[in-house]
Design a protein around this ligand. Sequence first.
Ligand SMILES: Cc1cc2nc3c(=O)[nH]c(=O)nc-3n(C[C@H](O)[C@H](O)[C@H](O)COP(=O)(O)OP(=O)(O)OC[C@H]3O[C@@H](n4cnc5c(N)ncnc54)[C@H](O)[C@@H]3O)c2cc1C
Length: 473
Amino acid sequence: MNFTFPRFILQTSTTLRNHGYILFSPPHRKNYSAITLSSSTKSGEETLLVVGGGAAGTYGAIRAKTVAPHLKVIVIEKGKPLSKVKISGGGRCNVTNGHCADNMILAGNYPRGKKELQGSFFNMHSPMDTMSWFTDRGVELKTEDDGRVFPVSNSSSTVIDCLMSEAKKRGVLLQTGKTVTSASIAGGKFLVKIEKRTVDYMEYVEADYLLIASGSSQQGYHLATQLGHSIVTPVPSLFTFKIDDLQLAELSGVSFPKVRAKLKLENVQKNIPELTQVGPMLVTHWGFSGPVILRLSAWGARHLSDSYYKGTLLVDFVPDLHIEYVKKVLIQHKNQFVKQKIINSFPSEFSLVKRFWRYIIGREDIGDLLWASVSNNVLISIAFQLKNCSFIVKGKGQFKDEFVTAGGVPLSEISLNTMQSRIQPHLFFAGEVLNIDGITGGFNFQNAWSGGYIAGTTIGNLAMAANLDEAAL
Ligand SMILES: Cc1cc2nc3c(=O)[nH]c(=O)nc-3n(C[C@H](O)[C@H](O)[C@H](O)COP(=O)(O)OP(=O)(O)OC[C@H]3O[C@@H](n4cnc5c(N)ncnc54)[C@H](O)[C@@H]3O)c2cc1C
């Protein structure tokens, strides 16, 4: 899909310059054809090339073109633009989070970026700014009880349509089905190689500014290293846990509104507060899922990867009740229901479902007992099961609703005030390609919007300044 449809010209020459584009057809690949965009760059006109038409790239491109309307902005997208926006939030797109007015608290939702994002980053473009941006352009938004912000339409298409129409209105050029495969510096500009997967096609584009917003794609990391950056090894974040327990699988579908879960990993000796989380948890047919588990997977992403996704999960199923109170309630229940089977009768104070109570009793192997015959030691043991139930994590589950990559370009190598590289002037990064990732709740898109906006603003301002300099000559 194109925002603007340029006339295509088939080139057969070996090397050819065309106002900002270098067309190249290598002699050893005779059947290669190079195609150029016909929209010629006027003398002195600068070009921004954006790698990736995802959330960060599209938002950044729109912002750059808004600040500097004369700037030529080209987005190269290898697949479909905004494809992750499309599938995000179960097709509803959790655009941002509306419960974090304080930027310090907001930054605390990013396992990678927690410290660095406390600075200017969200001051320059906050979740409120994101919401205004979309509502100003006709996208009605709603904030759910847990802070997640969705379009009122409950459809990610609304968000996509808004971004696409704004990009078109501003004159952003989008080229899809093309992959940026390499980048270098030549004559003070970026020389970017673009290829098509399906046909013998290659072109070189010269650009004054390069914004890499390639998400978690390997090619994006490759481009960053070609331009002098290092990469923090990418590992998955936001996944579910596979649990080694056949009986647990029978509880598939049972949910707990509030548990406290602690993840213990052999390779982590120190106490990491974030490896204990409180919130809803869900039993799946392979283990555990739900917000608590996803948060643990995010905070423990790197340690989990190092330990091959093996560890122990300690779950407190009654986090608001003290262990002594739990014991007392069990003793009272025993005294009151002496003639009932323990499997059929349990204290309502624990707000547990019957299936789960039976599971706990099964772990104690006392299902047939009457309450009268339950010893105090067994009661204490049940209390411990409820307060500190241990599960063996044997792997990482596949979770389709949300998934991000931890790792990427280290934040020490860019300025978060501008999103410009500290290594290569006029090189910018935004979104998931950076070593930033958030927990679930709209934080990952917010990173993309904020980063894209800041990069676009900086690029637009630089282009405006260059334009003024040009005019003064
Ligand atoms: C299933 C799912 C659901 C999600 N739901 C949510 C949600 O509801 N809320 C939330 O906050 N986050 C969600 N996320 C996370 C969120 O989608 C990402 O954090 C966000 O999309 C990152 O934006 P980005 O622009 O940095 O990268 P991307 O959206 O991944 O965009 C990068 C783009 O660059 C293109 N590209 C890569 N390399 C090249 C190249 N060399 N040449 C040309 N093009 C290239 C890719 O094709 C892609 O379109 C979800 C993720 C998944 C997988």
